[in-house]
Structures are given as C-alpha cells and as structure tokens.
Design a protein around this ligand. Sequence first.
Ligand code: SAH
Length: 406
Amino acid sequence: MSKLPEIKPNRLAIKVKSVAERAIRKGHPWVFESAISKQSGEGQAGDLAIIYDGKKNKFLAVGLWDPNSPIRIKVLQSNTPANINEDWFNQKVAQAKAIREPLLKSETNSYRLLFGENDKVPGLICDVYSSVVVVKIYSAIWFPYLKAILPAIVKHTNASAIVLRMSRNLQKPEIESHGLKDGDVLYGTLEKENVIFTEHGLQFYANVIKGHKTGYFLDHRHNRKKVGELAEGKAVLDIFSYAGGFTVHALAGGAKEVISLDISRQAQELAKENVRLNNLDKDKHQIMVADAFKGMQALIDDRKQFDIVVVDPPSFAKSAADIPQATKSYERLTRLAVRLVKKSGILLSASCSSRIKQEEYFELIEAVLDSTGRRFKLIEKTDHDVDHPIGFAEGGYLKSGYYQLD
Ligand code: SAH
C-alpha cells in the first residue's frame, strides 16, 4: 500500500441548528451546509468535524468535512465518541461483512461489501469480484482515510488486488487527489482488468478499470436470479441489458430466445462474452445495439412479443429538477414495454432513481398500466438485496415490480 498518501486531517468544532441536531441524534448521516450555525475554522476535505450540541456543548457526532458538497458533513458516528482510526474502520468492515454472510453461502463471490452511508462510510463503496476488490470514492473526504480503511478491507476479503475508482467529479483538475487517479491499483497485483466472478452459480466478467460504476451492477442480483427461474421455455427481452446479467440468467434458466437491447456496443460485446463464458447456446441470443425507445418501437413495428420483458434503465433523476422529465421517460418506456408483453407475460419494471420514491414509482407504473387498458396482476415487488442494506430514508434507490399482463 505504498502509493497511499499520508494526509493528516485537522479537527473542526461544529454546532448545528436544532432541527439538524435532532436528525443527527436519530442517526441521519447528512448535515447540510445551511444547517451549520458555528464552525471553529475553515475546513479541508476530510477534516474531522466534531459536532457538539447547542445547549450543553456535549458530543453529538463525528463526521467528515466536505467543502465541495452542500452536504457539508458526512457523519460517521453519532451519540458516542469515536477515534476514527484503523480499529474503527476494521469494526465497520467486520459489521458490514457479517450482514452479507447469508449471501456468501450461495454460489456467489461478488458482492457489495460497503454501501456508503448505509454501512457508515458515506461516499465510499466497496465491491468484491472474487478476489479483486474495487473501492469507489465519490468525495475527496476519503483521501486521508484510504490508508486506515484498506487494511480492514484486505483482512475481511483476502483481496489479491484493490482497485481505486473515482467518481467523475473527483477527476476534475481543481480537485486535489494527492497523486491518485481513477483505476490505480492500491494493493496487490491486478492480473487482468476483466475479472471473472460468480453470481448464483453463473460466471461473469467485470471490467474493474473501465466498466460502469465498479464494473458491474451487483444490485439486481436477486432479480436476475428470479428472472432465470421464470425463464424456462420463454422468450425474453432484456432492455438496458449492459453486460447481459438478466440475459445470461434467462438463457441458463432455459429461455428459448433472448434479445439484449442496449445502446452501448461495448456492453453488448461483453454480454456476448458472458453468454460464451457460461457455455450457453449463442444461437438463442441476439443483441440489438440501439436506443431503447427506438429499439422497442422497432420491435413493436415487427410485431414481436415476449413472455418476459425486463426494463432496467439508468437513473433518470439525478437531481430533484430531473423528476418531471424522468417521470415522462418512465411513462413512455412502460407504454412501449406493455406492447411487447405477450398475453399472460411478465413485465419487470425497475428504477434506480433515488429521487423517485418507491411508492411514487409503483403508482406511476400502475397508472400507465391502467391507461393501456390491459388488466394486470402484481406478482411481486422487490427492493434491495442483502449486500445493499438501507440505513436511512434516502439510502434506498432500487425498486422493481413484476407485473403479469392480461
Ligand atoms: N440491467 C443491467 C444494468 C443496466 S445499466 C444489469 O442487470 O446489469 C443501464 C444500461 O443502460 C447501460 O448498459 C447503458 O449503456 C444503457 N443505456 C443508457 N441509455 C440508454 C438508451 N437510451 N438506450 C439503450 N440503452 C441505454
């Protein structure tokens, strides 16, 4: 771990408005800039912010100061004081690992070990692909703590390599990144950037250097398994298929035909490789490189219909301002998808927009289904798999509904 910078964070004493105090006591991990009433000095990214209560000046929480975000303090621990050191990180990683143990009893060696705020490490995620670990940071607050958290990650994963990924906002020239860059191998040796891992008995490649997020979307694992279980003898359409996660599970589950639809040629090539990796019948698999809306319209024009249609778009609402447009996109997608579902077929409609709440999403989808005149039966709603635990109201983002259409 020689590359890791030695950065000594400063300490800041902070007071916050009473509404924020109440939220912090209840364990909310975010303190907005506007909630801060007093601060002992100017902070640098990653400085330790010690929050005291307004009346008695007693310890309230410790968090990391983030000058680049309106969420100015990301809380690590509230109500009891803590030294944020290797031991503290070791405890957090151990607790996180324990939650994931049930999943690791299945034929799966890929999982999210740390899920940001939900595992008390705000702005940091850690995904494991077999023996390769990817740490992705979304804020400069983490640079000073990589040295303390990495040994804990190595200990609880037996990693052969740890790769650092950085969000786009951290790759801007004005951000001090202490000599680190996206894709750096911080520990061990990375043999190949395409890492093979297992998900419920099936093999996949994740490109841990160039792939989206950390290389693969682990969050839909449980839904992919379910689609595999439903797929026997079925024609399946996998829209926004990326590396073909749903596609591979469907083919392995005995689907008679699967079409993967995605705008990215690179993703589609990976999907084909994933089909090959599992020795599945490539003649049953077709790819369509197209914009989803146009591709779906083309399939409708060809009078194609499927027993299972999976719709798993990228996040449409990254900020509150995007919500109206996102709502329209979900409506349009659903209207198109319905026309592609055979009688008694299943529509799996998923959303990863954290700004759109679960109830709102299902209401929106069901209103569209109603408006199409097709009767539908809700089979199941799912949220997060065990490796994406939800620790606070805003921590959840994924929702999926299985609808059987008349
Ligand atoms: N279902 C996948 C994950 C989907 S991620 C899984 O289970 O792993 C979202 C995908 O949507 C990405 O692969 C991206 O290339 C694709 N995408 C984004 N915009 C698109 C568009 N307009 N049309 C088709 N695909 C699009």
